[in-house]
Design a protein around this ligand. Structure first.
Ligand code: SAM
Ligand code: SF4
Ligand code: F3S
Length: 451
């Protein structure tokens, strides 16, 4: 195995591959911030790595199989080379723990999401003793304490910032309460410190993250307080949060939309189904009316606010009329940018063994929902044609010929900007669009408009 015994003295290279949600992306960055302290550099090239870390997701389908498949690929690549240290992190690691070490001897270490504070010690220990290990305790407090001492060096124009982890809601279909553990909110001041540091490093947009981000609660302090405190950081121009639960959309949070200048007008609020019967079967703890109340209140505050959502199609028990209710709801709310998947039974959850809806029917329903959602997206983008919109510029496009940024609604925008526009909000006149992307030209009177 290619890992040196005392990595702190020499440079080692780590390749990190990330599946799953934004929280995994944030975690992968933080894992790198940590292993840097024991001498690791990041590589984007598999073959250069002497440590290969796979940050996994367990939310749907054959998540476990995907991991073993990926390990098979790594094995092939390294057949004629020295074996890298192979680490499995993330939600599959948490769910499968020691089983992974037994089933695939090529794996050396397994580490769950609430044990990342132990990653350096685990690696150093392995380098010396060659002892395979599994770390899957739920210890969010120690993890965040550890990471609050290590700077978040992501420094991207748009940066993730995890404020809350875990879930106590136990929707019947979902593995998250089992893979991320109970709800834990980070201390308010630590989050503000991290936001300030990100801002010093060039971040202009902060996306606050949590499996139930709006359940954030540190004593008296809630998500609404966090947003308003981050708002005070002059160089942070945009604030977003994801993923929220309808039950935790409290009045104070809705009221922030009246006063905040930086909170973006896109609310990602998963509803899962348009049928109260199905929401009950899912154990979602909210009704369609609860959702409509939030929608109507926010629209009244600012008619430009748009909603996006997550849908689970063909949850066991979903009949044609339930499904039609979902279509009707999509029509009513006019969601933009939503995610939809066929229900996938997850081991260990309440819904794991329920009778599945016929595959053909499920695929047809998914297609109908997606057609409707895609149509909404196209129609929304059409409205931007010939409009000038504010774009936060994130980077150059891959071919380096244009610039890439995002609208207030998170829609990708490609336009003829320059390197010096990166990190700025610039006015772009939209000339063309497709379902996912707007294409335009910068409006040149930059001295006046660039923020
Ligand atoms: N906490 C968020 C909420 O309350 O909706 C969702 C977090 S979950 C990581 C992201 C999305 O995955 C869910 O909104 C749901 O649509 C989808 N999902 C979760 N479990 C699923 C399953 N078993 N089958 C299909 N989709 C699933
Ligand atoms: Fe999963 Fe979200 Fe339900 Fe929690 S609230 S169990 S994370 S879907
Ligand atoms: Fe996947 Fe875990 Fe996120 S299961 S969606 S990586 S919380």
């Amino acid at each position: 195995m290619g890992l040196r015994k005392s990595p702190s003295k020499m440079s080692q290279k780590i390749f990190i591959k990330t599946f799953g949600c934004q929280m995994n992306e944030y975690d992968s960055n933080r894992i790198f911030d940590s292993v840097k302290k024991i001498g690791f550099e990041k590589t984007d090239n598999y073959e250069d790595a002497n440590c290969y870390l796979l940050n996994t997701c367990h939310i749907r389908d054959k998540a476990k199989e995907k991991v073993y498949h990926e390990i098979g690929r790594v094995k092939k690549i390294f057949r004629s080379k020295q074996k890298p240290l192979v680490i499995i992190a993330g939600c599959v690691a948490q769910a499968e723990n020691q089983e992974m070490l037994k089933r695939e001897p090529y794996i050396d270490l397994v580490i769950g999401p609430q044990s990342y504070h132990k990653i350096n010690d685990t690696i150093l220990n392995y380098a010396q003793k060659k002892k395979k290990m599994e770390e899957t305790e739920f210890d969010a407090i120690s993890k965040f304490k550890y990471f609050s001492k290590i700077k978040n060096e992501a420094g991207k124009v748009s940066s993730f910032l995890t404020i809350q982890e875990g879930c106590d809601k136990f929707c019947n279909f979902c593995v998250v309460p089992y893979t991320r553990g109970p709800e834990y909110s980070r201390p308010f001041q630590k989050i503000i410190d991290e936001a300030k540091y990100l801002s010093e490093k060039g971040t202009k947009e902060i996306i606050l993250l949590g499996q139930n981000v709006n359940a954030y609660n540190d004593g008296e302090k809630k998500l609404s307080n966090l947003i308003m405190e981050i708002e005070k950081i002059a160089d942070i121009k945009r604030i977003r949060y994801t993923t929220s639960h309808p039950k935790d959309m409290t009045e104070d949070l809705l009221d922030v939309y009246k006063i905040s200048q930086k909170l973006m007008p896109l609310v990602h609020l998963p509803i899962q189904s348009g049928s109260d019967k199905i929401l009950k079967l899912m154990n979602r703890k909210h009704t369609i009316n609860d959702y409509l109340y939030i929608f109507e209140k926010l629209k009244k505050i600012n008619s430009k606010i748009e909603f996006s959502s997550d849908f689970i199609i063909s949850y066991p028990g979903e009949q044609e009329n339930d499904f039609n209710n979902t279509l009707n709801l999509i029509e009513k709310i006019n969601f933009i940018n939503s995610y939809s998947f066929i229900f996938s039974p997850r081991p260990g959850t309440v819904a794991a063994d329920l009778n599945l809806i016929d595959k053909k029917i499920s695929v047809e329903r998914l297609e109908k929902v997606q057609n409707k959602l895609f149509e909404n997206q196209i129609n929304r983008n059409k409205l931007f044609k010939n409009q000038t919109i504010d774009v936060l510029v994130e980077n150059l496009t891959d071919d380096k010929m244009q610039t890439f940024g995002r609208s207030q609604y998170m829609t990708s925008v490609v336009f003829n900007g320059k390197k010096e526009h990166i990190g700025k909000i610039v006015p772009v006149k939209i000339k063309k669009f497709n379902r996912t992307t707007l294409f335009g030209e910068i409006v040149e009177d930059l001295n006046k408009k660039v923020a």
